[in-house]
Design a protein around this ligand. Structure first.
Ligand SMILES: *Cc1c(COP(=O)(O)O)cnc(C)c1O
Length: 487
């Protein structure tokens, strides 16, 4: 038998022969299983130099189709070295996010069906499964039934839709008349804290409001939005003839997972009839844990809430949920029905609820995750991540050479090395972080808190165990001791 009995795909038409699909399908699942089994041994951050992969790829696509086995070989040779392993249990940078295996099964099926949910009839499964799954999660998170959810790709897009709703609600006919060339529009204002995610700025830019509409309210020493300053800013703006459009409050800021005083902010929004959007992209998943419910007080009074199961609910990227109180307003903001899309059925057509026409069947993977782990299983995992983060914070607290720089409400620890012998602590911490990251042993990121460079350790991989935290703690101490010795 020749080595490669498979005929080149360019020699015929149609899809890959079914025998080949079966064979490689099994092989790929085996490879993914091996990947998860061996992930601990891989460098967390890809060790390639920028440009390495692109330089190793041919300039043109092949003229003749290639055997799939040689494509698979290139996964090991070219792609894997260029992968940064978000699933690695020592990925502690940014937010540690990871997929479960069952989440991958969901992606496999949705890729296979390849439905585009525009109209109900083009994708009944997606149109009907999505609201059910999102309602399950809504109940688990303790949100009242007046919220209904819709899935987008990312929190950035969910927030864009939320602020678009706020803009539609003020009845300045911006949908019809736009904003350019108008002299009858006041300056519209969007308020958020200085710790708010940059996706708010991007949404404001894209919606034509301009960056000057954003008012960044200072935060207190615990990085929480100062609600009195918010109240003052709104009062001053109204006095100046501006129109407050929207307030974005964050539960679990990106930098330190601080929690804005949502109840107080909701009071202010209610008094002034301002749209309230809550960004819980990261922390929303923790609302399923009963003892963390107190962090979410007041979010049920928001007009919209974003949470990302792809961040901390073991669902592969991407899947972000926007919960809204007024789904009709969302529809009013986006619905446009072209002649060829007009249908007689009175059904939900998902194309009416956002800027995309077709949407992926994303709810399937979340359905798999929720059914496979169950509410208790998901709670146990998130609770354990928070426990591990507190355990690590305890080691920092007890150490003479390290200090905490922010509270730990969820599973992110902000800290730094502060040995008495070294003065430039920002440079020291940056060096330790860069050295650890370059080693491939673990990945940490940083932020600035009260003017100090803070190391961020996020605990969130479904594969993380205490031993992984012991490993990064040892690494930190080893690298610090080396710096002290060199000093
Ligand atoms: C991660 C994050 C975002 C952005 O998430 P994407 O889904 O990548 O757009 C927005 N807000 C907060 C608080 C986040 O942590």
């Amino acid at each position: 038998m020749p080595n490669n009995p498979e005929k080149k795909a360019s020699a015929k038409i149609g899809d890959m022969p079914k025998e080949e699909f079966r064979k490689y399908g099994h092989e790929i699942v085996d490879r993914i299983a091996d990947y998860f089994e061996n992930i601990d041994k891989m460098p967390v951050l890809s060790q390639i130099e920028p440009g390495w992969l692109s330089e190793n790829l041919p300039e043109n696509a092949p003229l003749d189709g290639e055997n799939f086995s040689s494509i698979l070989d290139d996964m090991d040779r070219l792609i894997l070295p260029a992968v940064t392993h978000w699933n690695h249990p020592n990925f502690h940078g940014l937010f540690s996010t990871s997929t479960s295996s069952v989440g991958i099964f969901g992606e496999m099926f949705s890729a296979a069906y390849d439905m585009k949910a525009m109209l109900w009839r083009t994708s009944p499964a997606s149109t009907e499964l999505e609201p059910v799954v999102l309602d399950w999660l809504r109940k688990m998170m303790g949100l009242p039934p007046d919220f209904s959810g819709i899935i987008y790709d990312t929190a950035s897009i969910s927030t864009l839709h939320a602020i678009a709703m706020a803009r539609e609600r003020i009845d300045l006919k911006i949908r019809e008349n736009g904003m350019s060339g108008r002299t009858d529009l006041p300056l519209l204002r969007v308020y958020c804290s200085e710790h708010t995610h940059s996706s708010i700025d991007k949404a404001v830019i894209l919606l034509g409001l301009g960056q000057r509409s954003i008012v960044k309210i200072p935060a207190n020493e615990k990085f929480e939005l100062d609600h009195e300053k918010l109240s003052e800013a709104i009062r001053d703006d109204i006095a100046a003839g501006h129109l407050p459009l929207c307030v974005v409050a964050t539960i679990g800021t990106t930098s330190s997972t601080s929690i804005d005083p949502v109840e107080k902010i909701a009071d202010i929004c209610e008094r002034n009839n301002i749209f309230l959007h809550v960004d819980a992209a990261y922390a929303g998943s923790a609302a399923i844990v009963p003892e963390f419910q107190s962090y979410f007080k007041g979010w049920e009074r928001a007009d919209s809430i974003v949470t990302n199961p792809h961040k901390w609910l073991f669902t592969p990227f991407d899947l972000s949920i926007l919960y809204v109180k007024d789904k009709d307003l969302l529809k009013q903001t986006f619905s446009l029905v072209a002649e060829y899309l007009k249908v007689a059925e009175t059904v939900t057509n998902q194309m009416d609820y956002g800027i995309q026409l077709g949407r992926r069947f994303r709810s399937l993977k979340l359905w798999f995750v929720m059914r496979y782990f169950g509410q208790e299983g998901l709670i146990a995992r998130i609770r354990e991540h928070c426990r591990l983060a507190r355990l690590f914070a305890g080691w920092v607290d007890e150490s003479e050479n390290f200090e905490m720089l922010a509270p730990v409400p969820f599973a992110l620890v902000c800290f730094r090395a502060n040995p008495s012998k070294i003065e430039d602590l920002d440079a020291l911490n940056e060096k330790i972080m860069n050295d650890i990251n370059a080693s491939g042993e673990a990945y940490l990121s940083h932020t600035k808190l009260n003017g100090k460079l803070a190391l961020r350790l996020s605990v969130g991989s479904i594969r993380v165990e205490r031993r992984h935290l012991e490993k990064i703690w040892d690494l930190l101490n080893e690298h610090l001791n080396a710096e002290i010795a060199n000093h």
